[in-house]
Write a new protein. Structure first.
Lengths: 533, 283
């Protein structure tokens, strides 16, 4: 803890004034000035940045002395310069006893100081909760929200540059001869001088990528050279993910940005070229960025959900579960309104209701599939590069097989259309059947092959049990449709059974989504938080 | 891309479903029982395909017509039906028509049958189409404002079982009773409409609320562009130098764009490209 040079009381960093304030004598100090003052004063050098030397006396890295708390329950570590902070583990929410020790830490290159106060972030979080209408009401309890805590999170800050020639190719229409169109090919070269400093990614494995990427970006224009004085009144976390893990992904962002700049030159569009720029990695530096963190344990105490707020911009990312009772109640009220609305204009013929139930079952299959991919990836921590790199697992990605499902879909369309043409039943109904065959086969093949964006996918066998209900619903509806039974009663009964399967699978899905908003308790085996004082 | 394709497909499917159901509007469905009956009927009955069975009555400006070309009703049943139908002539022309032969759909037949005779005048046709084995209610003019597509659908839904059980008089009689109720502003039973709308409303509400929740709680990943805006960056480049390196051709038949195989891209042989290459600087 930094003592006030005037009265000796504790100083705390004030995000509003960007100064260290003394609550007793009301003095304010600039963090950098204070560090200089402390460097000069005897015995206080521990809390300032020092240049350490290696065994040969060469300059190595900047270091500073800090107090490190380690949570005995989850192993998380939190760094502070303030011994008197009221504490509990920010990662597992536990009130277990924290181990405390003094340690020399490598100083990061930058710090972006907190500019939003705790109260502002509490409000931002509450606003997000209010918008999430179906969130459990007890999440808004003041006592809960007050556990929010400012932590300087470690971020890798990448710099990229380019100073040299960039070659691209393009081609444009020239002329046509018979069944062939001729295109001229071009090479387009230019010399580029570009730089991009400050593409960042969190460097802590227990800070989930989906949350850190949602509260990004931080403005690098407000970065300051690191001084431990900024930590006063806050915690800091230390990096445990190698700087190389996110380098490629950040390089891609820099490349894209440079390509967009280059595209502004009309020469490229004129010659049919989508320019690419290969930026070179220059350096990776460590920065501490301000994040407010709130960890809430579930009732059983075995899972945890996080809410984070960007301490510079106030942007919120939170894992919010659905309050099932609230969801059901509001849905029922809405359905009464919809019921009267439908009665005004909608009289469903048996075929219509069967077709509608088929469509809803297909939609339900697609939604269930994408949610199950996310859930299984989260449970296996496949969706977090930082965590995967720590555990030496690889982030599995699906290969792009979308062409396969589309091809099979098109084949199904053509076969259905061919058969219907053959038996002389084209018309609107035939076209509908053909399009339906296309949609059905495309969806099913996509599910089985895990087609989709370049995101981690679960194995089909893992998610199949959860896809069973909408699939059964789909089969019932299709069977009735094909069977074309004598009595309309079968149509209605089949459609209702199929819709009930959809609704049932939806309830299952909500349970799974609620699971997705929580995580397994962290088992970090390294760093810490501490106990509620 | 996949999401876009799938959403387009769903829209198409929904549109098709809408169109299809329109095509079937105001019909009740053909049933096998019905079918079987009509076959036995065909073998056991002698046909009277003329309109000699027709009854025509005029009440003011509106007409009452019974044309039982398919011979489904007995003489006394026709008389009873005529009495029941008489009340409906207050609202418009009222027609009972049964047919054994039909070259088009029941819907088209009823529509052209009515429009050819009465045009846009108020009126309702109740058609039993033995060829397609369908019953159909078509209305026009004032009557159509009350006997809407959905009301006609409900009525045929309520009475189709009589037709299945070969009770054509009861079927027609019940149809006119319900038509009268609707024209007088009363309510008719619509059990399946309410049940299916109810189930559908619950499902749609669950989907809507789910979508609202997902949108409100989504933690959207910051885009690369947003990140770059907050970086310190600079970008300069010299005027691009363009050089023609060769050419290639793409198979693209002029006659048709589909042709099954799509476009086939074929590069010219390397030697050809080299021969064509020019070193002229264009810019």
């Amino acid at each position: 803890m930094y003592e006030c040079p005037s009265c000796g009381a504790g100083l705390e960093f004030n995000p509003k004034t960007q100064k260290l304030d003394c609550k007793y004598c009301k003095s304010s100090f600039d963090p950098k000035d204070l560090e200089e003052k402390l460097k000069d004063a005897k015995g206080d050098k521990g809390f300032s940045v020092e240049n350490s030397k290696d065994e040969n006396g060469n300059e190595k890295v900047d270091v500073y002395e800090a107090i490190v708390y380690r949570c005995t329950q989850c192993g998380a570590e939190l760094i502070t310069t303030d011994e008197t902070i009221a504490t509990f583990c920010s990662y597992c929410g536990s009130s277990a006893v924290l181990e405390k020790r003094n340690e020399t830490k490598v100083a990061p290159s930058y710090v972006i100081p907190f500019t939003k106060s705790k109260e502002e972030c509490e409000q931002a979080y509450k606003n997000k909760l209010k918008k999430a209408f179906f969130a459990p009401s007890d999440m808004l309890k003041t006592q809960q929200v007050e556990k929010i805590r400012g932590i300087y999170m470690p971020y890798w800050v990448y710099s990229f540059d380019k100073d040299g020639e960039q070659s691209n190719t393009g081609s444009r229409y020239s002329h046509r001869v018979g069944d062939y169109v001729y295109y001229d090919d071009y090479s387009i070269k230019t010399n580029i001088k570009a730089g991009c400093d400050g593409v960042s990614h969190d460097a802590a494995s227990n800070f989930a990528d989906n949350l850190s990427e949602a509260i990004a970006p931080f403005s690098m224009k407000e970065k300051k050279d690191f001084s431990p004085t900024y930590l006063s009144g806050f915690y800091a976390d230390s990096e445990d993910v190698n700087g190389d893990v996110y380098r490629e992904q950040c390089n891609e962002i820099a490349n894209q940005q440079a390509a967009n700049e280059l595209k502004k030159d009309h020469t490229y569009s004129k010659y049919g070229c989508k320019p690419k720029v290969d930026m070179n990695h220059k350096e990776t530096k460590l920065g501490l960025f301000p994040v407010y963190f709130l960890a809430t344990r579930n009732k059983a105490g075995d899972r945890i959900s996080y809410a984070v707020v960007n301490g510079q911009t106030g942007k919120v990312a939170a894992e919010i579960p659905i309050d099932f009772k609230k969801y059901l109640l509001v849905s029922l009220i809405l359905s009464v309104g919809l019921f009267f609305l439908f009665n005004g204009f909608l009289t469903l013929t048996p075929t219509k209701i069967i077709v509608i139930s088929i469509i809803f079952n297909l939609i339900s299959l697609v939604i269930s599939n994408s949610q199950m991919n996310k859930i299984i990836a989260r449970e296996k921590m496949m969706d977090d590069k930082g965590n995967a790199s720590k555990n030496n697992t690889t982030v599995k990605k699906s290969t792009s097989k979308s062409s396969l499902s589309l091809t099979t879909g098109i084949i199904a369309f053509m076969v259905a259309f061919g058969i219907l043409t053959g038996i002389g039943n084209v018309g609107k109904f035939g076209i509908f059947i053909a399009i339906f065959s296309f949609a059905f086969i495309t969806v099913i093949v996509s599910l089985v092959n895990n087609v989709g964006k370049n995101k981690p996918k679960a194995k089909f066998s893992e998610k199949a049990p959860k896809l069973l209900k909408p699939f059964i619903g789909l089969i019932i509806a299709i069977a009735i449709f094909i069977w074309n039974p004598v009595s309309d009663v079968y149509y209605y009964a089949g459609a209702i059974a199929s819709i009930i399967m959809t609704i049932w699978s939806f309830f299952d899905l909500i349970k799974e989504i609620n699971l997705l908003t929580t995580r397994k308790l962290p088992q970090l085996g390294r760093r810490g938080g501490d106990e509620n004082a | 891309m996949r999401k876009k394709i799938i959403s387009i497909l769903f829209i198409l499917v929904i549109l098709m479903a809408g169109n299809m159901s329109y095509a079937y509007n105001r019909t009740s469905y053909n049933t096998n029982k019905y079918n079987t009956y009509s076959e036995s009927y065909n073998t056991s009955s002698s046909y009277n395909t003329t309109t000699s069975t027709a009854i025509t009555q005029t009440n003011g400006e509106y007409q009452l017509i019974i044309e039982d070309d398919a011979n489904l009703l007995t003489g006394s049943q026709k008389e009873l039906l005529e009495q029941e139908m008489a009340k409906l002539t207050e609202y418009g022309n009222i027609i009972f028509k049964s047919i054994n032969t039909n070259t088009t759909t029941a819907a088209n037949f009823a529509k052209s049958y009515y429009n050819n005779r009465f045009g846009r005048q108020s009126g309702t046709v109740f058609l039993i189409d033995m060829k397609n084995r369908k019953i159909y209610i078509f209305s026009n003019g004032e009557n159509y404002n009350k006997i809407t597509d959905s009301k006609a659908e409900t009525i045929t839904d309520n009475i189709y079982e009589y037709a299945t059980d070969k009770k054509y008089y009861e079927c027609a009689s019940e149809a006119y009773k319900q038509i009268l109720i609707v024209l007088e502003g009363g309510k008719i039973a619509e059990p399946m409409k309410y049940i299916s709308n109810g189930v559908l409303a619950v499902m749609v509400a669950l989907f809507i609320n789910f979508a609202i929740f997902k949108i409100a709680t989504s933690n959207k990943k910051a885009s690369g562009n947003e990140q770059i805006k907050e970086c310190e960056s600079y970008f300069e480049h010299t005027t691009p130098v363009v050089q023609r390196t060769g050419s290639h051709r793409v198979y693209s038949p002029q006659s048709s764009s589909s042709g099954g195989g799509g476009r086939r891209r074929r590069r010219r042989p390397e030697a050809e490209v080299v021969a064509e290459a020019t070193a002229s600087k264009i810019k």
